[in-house]
Design a protein around this ligand. Structure first.
Ligand code: P5A
Length: 431
């Protein structure tokens, strides 16, 4: 993709009102634009990152056996009257009538809707267990939307819902999601700490939040520093992590049983990027959902729900990975793999060599952002450092005459002068 034809409105100055670095960088790098308080348009670069994160979340959900579907954003109030949450939810729910005066709402979550759909289709124990999920926009009329996409009013969530016949099955479904979350965050280049959580308005008795450690996090957490040493690639990681103490500050204050030796108790701030709940029959019982059990008697299914803040993750990743010059995208979510910087697009030989490199990279499946703008090299370097693509391939007439191009790794600043062929081989995994 040629930058001269792209839509990438970057800003030189830090915009007023953006308090945390991820919000500042998302605005400056042209990832998002605010359209109303807590509501954002995803510009092309931001949209690519958001879709890549969603694809990793989807891959790990599918791997864990969850089945994807898509429910609407708009819901009828009647559904929520069945569970008793319509009154309870309060002013965070955006409510409005349709033209016939029917009460509607923009869904803040989908427990009720999926319970109703599944209830109306599942009749016997053979229909269970099942875990269904979707990736869909939610709306919560937060009192204080802030920090950009971190606490928005409209935000993208992956939400999964499990239905089981007995507590052991329910626990297995919960554990499968727990493991999928660790894999998801590791694939995103993040270390997430699972924290025992009170379950709040979703209800139930077993719940974990997943926090990314960052100084700008909204929550304060206390955890056993041994957590920092757990290797997420280890198949035993989920079990080990769950055995180690981690609590939000408020819970920690209440938890008299904290047995972590004082020297090993870490106190850090965290960004909550995921939250999972096991709440048993809370919704199924309230909404009259039962199936025929193996012995013929009716069984009320046990449920859990599992959320990941997909749009919040964009901000969380930037909080965890940036420097003074801009964003440093992990390879797995970068909007493009390579910034191809043409130092002299006005020189036909240079432009020709760069176009040939772009073609070869793209043919090998590498996503290239080709800076063919008529601008000074310094400006091009600054733009590319700001938007944070993992690699920069810098091509100019002097180097070409000597048979070299320059390859720079954004994360480390490491630079190598290479032949164009070697650079291509590195970027396409050839050597
Ligand atoms: C679990 C899935 C739920 O809603 N119902 C369905 C359950 N949980 S939750 O904790 O309330 O939200 C899940 C995740 O969504 C993200 N999130 C937000 N992201 C951006 N802006 C917001 N205002 C916002 N509110 C919640 C969080 O990552 C949270 O863990």
């Amino acid at each position: 993709m040629r930058l001269s034809r792209h839509f990438l409105p970057t800003l030189r100055e830090t915009p007023a009102g953006a308090e945390i670095v991820s919000h500042q960088l998302m605005l400056r790098a042209g990832l998002i634009r605010q359209t109303a308080a807590g509501i954002y348009a995803w510009l092309p670069l931001g949209h690519r990152v958001l879709m890549r994160i969603a694809a990793i979340v989807r891959r790990e959900q599918d791997r864990a056996g969850a089945i994807e579907m898509l429910m609407p954003t708009i819901q009828p109030a009647d559904l929520w009257r069945q569970s008793g949450r319509y009154e309870a939810y309060g002013p965070e729910m955006l409510r409005f009538p349709d033209r016939h005066g029917r009460e509607m709402l923009y869904g803040p979550t989908n427990e009720e809707m999926l319970t109703a759909i599944f209830r109306d289709c599942a009749t016997s124990y053979r229909d269970l267990p099942r875990t269904l999920y979707h990736i869909q926009w939610k709306f919560r009329d937060e009192v204080r939307p802030r920090f950009g996409v971190m606490r928005g009013r409209e935000f993208l969530m992956k939400d999964a819902y499990s239905f089981d016949l007995d507590p052991e099955g329910g626990k297995a479904s919960y554990d499968a999601q727990f493991t999928a979350y660790l894999r998801t965050f590791a694939a995103l280049g993040l270390k997430a700490v699972p924290v025992r959580a009170p379950s709040g308005p979703i209800g139930g008795d077993l719940s974990h939040e997943f926090h990314i450690i960052a100084d700008t996090g909204e929550s304060e957490i206390f955890y056993d520093a041994a957590l920092d040493d757990v290797d997420l690639a280890d198949p035993e990681a989920p079990a080990r992590l769950r055995g180690l103490y981690a609590m939000e500050a408020e819970e920690h204050a209440r938890a008299a049983e904290c047995r972590v030796p004082p020297g090993r108790l870490a106190r850090r701030r965290g960004i909550e990027v995921g939250h999972i709940f096991f709440f048993g029959t809370k919704y199924s019982a309230a909404m009259g959902f039962s199936v025929q059990g193996r012995d013929g008697a009716p069984v009320t299914p046990l449920m859990g729900s599992y959320g990941i803040g997909v749009s919040r993750l964009v901000g969380a990743i930037i909080e965890a990975s940036h420097d003074a010059a801009g964003i440093i995208w992990p390879d797995s979510v970068a909007p493009y793999d390579v910034a191809l910087i043409d130092l002299r697009p006005d020189d036909p030989d240079c432009a020709g060599a760069v176009a040939a490199l772009a073609g070869q990279l793209e043919a090998a499946g590498v996503a290239v952002l080709h800076d063919d703008r008529d601008a000074r090299p310094g400006e091009k370097f600054a733009t590319m450092d700001l938007i944070g693509l993992p690699w920069q391939l810098i091509v100019g007439p002097k180097g070409l005459a000597a048979g070299t191009v320059e390859l720079k790794r954004r994360a480390t600043g490491e630079r190598h002068m290479l032949s164009p062929e070697s650079a291509l081989a590195r970027l396409t995994g050839g050597s």
